[in-house]
Design a protein around this ligand. Structure first.
Ligand SMILES: Cc1cc2nc3c(=O)[nH]c(=O)nc-3n(C[C@H](O)[C@H](O)[C@H](O)COP(=O)(O)OP(=O)(O)OC[C@H]3O[C@@H](n4cnc5c(N)ncnc54)[C@H](O)[C@@H]3O)c2cc1C
Length: 412
């Protein structure tokens, strides 16, 4: 009997599905356009020089070692659900009995082409390394620049988006400057450097408890961030960040952390899209009208009343559930009860030795050094691969013990 399961994407969802299907009496093909799994939650630390790129990327073949799992390095270009075929960019096709779509999301520039062209964003390793290079290059250029206005443009850094990624990156950037400027750039006056965080909504970290949001704001202010709320970036030409209020900012570095949208391939899938283009699925993660097709992770939206977040724990839980459904159709596992997301809580690190953490299930709201220790432990535990864990520990050890940035290379 053919039992070929094709998993598109080896992010959090794709990998969790493959692991749940390992050593079962099925054949699993995992397709990804990259040959590594990326631990996106720590990507901003690659951009801020705290982590080496190798620490957050794990080769997929090193993870998928079971005999029934195979990896295909290829880019998916189309789907024919009626004929059960996946089309690849290299011209090859792949047929399946069950399909799991876990292609994740991409950065949403909200149709603003100037921003899409000139801004930096945090989605993949090349983008994170390009951002780190831009930050260091800006310091180099400013250090040789006599013109006051031009120097200011190099030394102003703007982050659009006051959610988790924007806040974490803002803190990391301010910490980097605090350490790097006096040590490596004596020709620069640290008071000339400014880091702005612009948030469209009226609060930072909207999903968090008000007490933790207030704490975050105090911490950002203490680190020296310039916070603007209810401010949208309208355009960016590489030199001026235009805002809807409060005036423009003369800056050469805009970091876009203001939203994601589902993978472009999603528009080709049948049926309506909800919550910003995501695909509604039933409580077994199945696509309406296609019980052999499962939609996982960032792409999936609840067809019912639940509001599923686009976070790693949801991606993992949705994948494990879908794997169990698939196995149960071949009597290789018990049929699961309908999917319910269990929120393990959220954390945001606020630079060195500080974080906020909330676990709604236990009514826990925590901040400060204890929350930071918990964040450290959870992230070290969650990183895929022993070597990656060791590299991360080594990099963090260097950061914290020697008050240094680990990577200060400009790659051009
Ligand atoms: C900067 C950043 C910080 C984040 N921080 C946190 C955090 O602190 N905590 C948290 O819980 N979540 C965080 N998230 C969200 C979390 O990373 C996502 O919710 C999670 O990765 C979704 O998992 P996924 O498997 O659906 O997609 P992904 O993990 O994005 O995986 C999608 C996979 O599909 C592959 N792919 C894409 N297109 C193709 C194609 N055409 N052909 C083949 N393969 C393709 C990609 O290479 C990728 O490997 C963060 C995200 C970002 C970008």
């Amino acid at each position: 009997m053919n039992r070929h399961i094709v998993i598109l994407g080896s992010g959090f969802a794709g990998l969790a599905a493959a692991k749940a299907l390992a050593d079962k009496d099925v054949t699993v093909s995992v397709v990804d356009s990259k040959n590594y799994h990326l631990f996106q939650p720590l990507l901003y630390q690659v951009a801020s020089g705290d982590l080496d790129a190798e620490a957050v990327a794990t080769p997929i073949r090193r993870i998928l070692k079971k005999r029934n799992l195979r990896f295909i390095l290829s880019t998916v270009s189309g789907l024919n659900l009626d004929r059960r075929i996946v089309h690849m960019e290299d011209g090859t096709d792949l047929s399946y009995d069950k399909l799991m779509i876990a292609l994740g999301s991409s950065t949403n520039f909200h149709g603003k082409t100037g921003i899409a062209h000139h801004a930096y964003h945090l989605k993949g390793l090349p983008e994170a390394e390009a951002l780190r290079s831009q930050i260091l290059l800006a310091l180099e250029r400013a250090s040789r620049c006599q013109d006051l206005g031009e120097r200011q443009s190099w030394l102003s850094f703007v982050i659009a988006g006051g959610g988790t990624t924007g806040v974490e990156f803002c803190c990391a950037l301010l910490e980097l400057f605090r350490i790097l400027l006096p040590r490596d750039y004596p020709e620069l006056d640290p008071t000339e450097v400014s880091v702005h965080i612009l948030q469209g909504e009226s609060v930072l970290l909207p999903g968090f408890d008000p007490s933790l949001r207030a704490y975050t704001k105090i911490r950002l202010n203490a680190l020296g961030a310039q916070i603007r709320l209810e401010t949208h970036v309208e355009d960016f030409d590489g030199l001026t960040v235009q805002c809807n209020r409060g005036g423009s900012i003369f800056s050469r570095t805009l970091v876009w952390a203001a939203g994601v949208m589902p993978h472009p391939l999603v528009v080709t899938l049948p049926g309506e899209k909800v919550h910003g283009g995501r695909i509604p699925v039933n409580d077994h993660m199945q696509l309406s009208g296609y019980p052999d097709v499962f939609v996982l992770g960032d792409l999936a939206a609840s067809g019912g009343m639940e509001d599923w977040p686009q976070v790693a724990p949801f991606a993992i839980q949705s994948a494990r559930h879908a794997a169990q459904v698939v196995l149960s159709t071949w009597n290789l596992a018990r049929a699961p009860t309908p999917f319910r997301y269990r929120d393990p809580g959220s954390m945001v690190v606020l630079g060195r030795y500080d974080a906020v953490c909330q676990i709604p299930r236990w009514n826990v709201k925590w901040h400060g050094r204890g929350a930071w220790m918990l964040w450290l432990f959870v992230h070290l535990y969650s990183i895929v691969g022993t070597r990656n864990r060791a590299l991360t520990l080594l990099d963090w050890g260097t950061d914290y013990l020697f008050h240094s940035a680990v990577v200060e290379l400009i790659r051009r």
